[in-house]
Design a protein around this ligand. Sequence first.
Ligand code: GDP
Ligand code: MG
Length: 710
Amino acid sequence: MHATRARTIALAGNPNSGKTSIFNALTGSHHKVGNYPGVTVEKREGVVEFQGEELHVVDLPGTYSLTAYSLDEVVARDFVLNEKPDIIVDILDSTNLERNLYLLLQLIELGLPVVAALNMTDEAAEKGIMIDHATLSKTLGLPMVPTVGSRGEGVDKLLEAAVFSMDRRTLPRMPSYGDDIEVHITKITELLASDAEFMANYSPRWIAIKLIEKDPDAQQRIQTHPRVGEIAAAQETAWHWIKLHYGKDAEIILSEQRYGYIHGAVAETMHRKKLRGISLTERIDRFVMHPLIGLPIFFFVIWGIFKFTFAIGNYPVVWLELLFGHLEGAVQLSGLPAIVQSLLINGIIHGVGGVLSFVPLIVILFFCISILEDTGYIARAAFLTDHFLHAIGLHGQSFMPLMLGFGCSVPAIMATRTLKSPKERIATIMAIPFISCGGKLPIYVLLAGTFFPKNASTVVMLMYAAGVVLSILSTYFLRRTVLRGQSMPFVMELPPYRMPTFKGVLWHVWEKTWSYARKAGTIIMAVSILMWVITTFPKAKGIDAYAAQARASLTSAQSSLDPALAEVQVSALVRQYQLEHSIAGSIGKFIEPVLAPIGFNWKIGVALLPGLSAKELVVSTLGVLYGAPVSEDDSSPSLRQSLREAPDWSPRIALALMIFIMVMPPCFASLATIRAEAGDKWLAFQVIYSLVLAWVIAFLVSMLARAFGM
Ligand code: GDP
Ligand code: MG
């Protein structure tokens, strides 16, 4: 059990944090004072006994940081890198926690076990500073022991914690620099880790971070690495990327990220009775983080963004729709065979065009959100909603993804990447589809307007509210069943407010828009074609005879009918007949028994099918089925009228259908995103879970509505 060489404890900390006091309390009189080799920096070494084992204790020079610029820092850092102590004990001055944690984060990154002493707790208490050390310890992912070094209080516990971590070689959790920067760190870390010898000597993550900061000492240390060229290239890329994106040098940005991380950790765990000097950030935060007006400000900001997005975004949306209209016209004049025209128009232009016409909205929405994100406001919004989200087993970080769900689930699901806890991330992904996305709005508008004309806007609003309530209940349920698990305390970064750079914002917008547009071009295109195939084939038998008969009966019934209008009605009837006899019609009839208890007929079953590819398509399919001229215009009066007159429809059915569509699995693009982000298992879960839930809730609503005589 006893190693041949005594195990080493290295004491680190800011100057005057009480290292020497703790060193003395540990080692008593068994110590000697010398110099670090080659330099005039004092080196204090001693011995402490713990359960019969003699441990070597070294008091490192006091430093604020671990750059390669000051002698003390180089000595402290070299000692850790070259001597590899078995544990680092960081002595923190509790009266100055944020500044002291800055060094701790850097010690953590060196890749050795670390425990921390919250020293000067007596002075902190006098100054009205209260630190919840248990939560802080969980948050930062390493043991923390309160001490009073000058009186030796807590030093025994500190030693115990140090030996415990040393025995198990437990490493603290690494602070994150945010996904954007982590990508670069990971890239360089992987390159560094490809050499076994290098791995044995260094923590590649630490070297990677130092390389991004252009630390000369780290650059020196990689010269012997076999892939030094590639590493240097990756380092340059990272440095320039950060410069472009944030407009500042990497070293400054990484340091700001650390302070943001610390600020987040401290804000959750430290309370002080008196405020210190106020920075601009703190002054702004007094308003936007105010317990009473913070949330109203936030909702106002979000409301403003949605308002702005739709006000500005409607112009390009209309232009795009015009463009697709022209495309449609061009296809009609092209002289291509009718079946190809039908594929191009009904399959591709309607399906893909419908999704692409949302792109301007997405661009503007993401432009606004990127600005908020880059200034640091989104981090605050997460903080504000943290308390409420805790109650349902999530964290403030889930807030933004859920918000984005009102626009489109695809970017919302992708936005969960910022969540650190895997279970909370899955729970958030599972909740997002219940939030009513933009695609569901046309359905609500059509059905509420048709069957609840007096209260249409209230009904639409209630549908939105119902979606939010359902996502809350579902999350609460999932976090207590399949996704049960302790909420992991973690740091929400509260970086200082920054001016966003134009290039940085454009970059974000481009990334997000492109991934949305790409989905429209791939999966939605494929599904639209598939939907076209199953609604068009097989060609109904006797369709020509049916058309002729329809034409004859129409003209004989109303001899005064305008022939052009008659032709429109005939072709609507023919489309309806064709759809009934297509594959989709057969599927609709096949699933009718399952939907019958809710009150849905086979036509509704058919309309729900394309709803899987994009919710907007439910409206146009209903249009085909109920004989309205095909148009993307959801307010088309003739569709409303024929729905109202149809014997198999009623307000009850409309309500149940809205609910069903709200709960049913999201569109294919979202499902593809869920699969990419959460895997096949959760994709299957989402589909089954939301199908079952949709059926049950729609059934209950339908029964209730009947009981109330709707
Ligand atoms: P070092 O520079 O990090 O080695 O810190 P020292 O051990 O020299 O301590 C600096 C000063 O703080 C000394 O006057 C200590 O007596 C005092 N000190 C150390 N620990 C504590 C503590 O927990 N509480 C209080 N009130 N004073 C402390
Ligand atoms: Mg000292």
